[in-house]
Ligand binder design. Structure first.
Ligand code: PGA
Length: 256
């Protein structure tokens, strides 16, 4: 299927998100936003930026009169209090965010985040009107041991835990993040279809059909077309290739 055919049949608007991780200084972020706004020409593609916390106000201000939205890379599940170094949902909203990334595998790995904690973070985001973008994904060892679907179902069920609205998912196989190794379109589609079916069991058909499921893991302008052509791949969460606004724009163009 070509990307164009998929677009014509697409039930969900494509969504492309940049995960800048721990990169860019304020001047670089501002220059990036200016290049992005000059280059954006596809209103049918929703675009989100996830900058580091200190960059959020500057990025939100630069993009205030555009359709591009902004999100935090993490949040604490509590409302406020003695949590040195953490950021609350209300603070993200106050800094101009519409989204919160929850359960990225680098957080699960570096900070020992459990499925239960990720669920509490997603719930805290939703309570404050933020859209949680929940990341799930198996490690290479789990895939080799044929445990991919068991791991994903566990992560997804924990994160959705009874809540029934306002959620986006990112399938990010850990072995594909920052490695240059991307899931094939077939592998991604197989997993996305499974995630949508699991969502349907947990939250109902309607919710499953309207929830965007993004793919993440070494996405580039070159491999994006094959992936986005799949029915259940609704867009991308892009790390490395999103740090250059021109490459990020090329990925957005492929999804249009
Ligand atoms: P990558 O990162 O595109 O550099 O593989 C994706 C992510 O971690 O969100």
């Amino acid at each position: 299927m070509t990307a164009m055919t998929a677009g014509a049949e697409r039930r969900r608007l494509p969504l492309v998100a940049a995960n800048w991780k721990m990169n860019l200084l304020r001047a670089e972020a501002v220059a990036y936003c200016r290049t992005l706004r000059r280059g954006l020409a596809w209103p049918q593609v929703k675009v989100i930026l996830f900058p580091s916390f200190p960059l959020l106000p500057a990025v939100a201000a630069e993009l205030a009169d555009t359709e591009v939205t902004v999100g935090g890379q993490d949040l604490h599940p509590d409302e406020r209090g003695a949590h040195t170094g953490d950021v609350s949902a209300a603070q993200l909203v106050d800094a101009g965010c519409l989204w919160a990334l929850c359960g990225h595998s680098e957080r699960r790995r570096d900070h020992g985040e459990s499925d239960e904690l990720v669920a509490r973070k997603a719930a805290a985001a939703a309570r404050h009107g933020l859209l949680p973008l929940v990341c799930v994904g198996e490690t290479r060892e789990e895939r080799m041991a044929e445990r991919t679907f068991e791991v994903l179902a566990r992560q997804l069920r924990a994160a959705t835990g009874g809540r029934s609205d306002r959620l986006a998912l990112a399938y990010e196989p850990v072995w594909a993040i920052g490695t240059g190794e991307t899931a094939t379109a077939e592998t991604a589609e197989e997993v996305h279809r499974f995630l949508r079916a699991t969502l349907a069991e947990a939250l109902g058909e309607r919710q499953a059909e309207t929830t965007p499921i993004l793919y993440g893991g070494s996405v580039t302008p070159d491999n994006a077309a094959g992936l986005i052509a799949e029915r259940d791949v609704d867009g991308f969460l892009v790390g490395g290739a999103s740090l250059d606004p021109r490459r990020f724009l090329d990925i957005i163009a492929v999804c249009a």
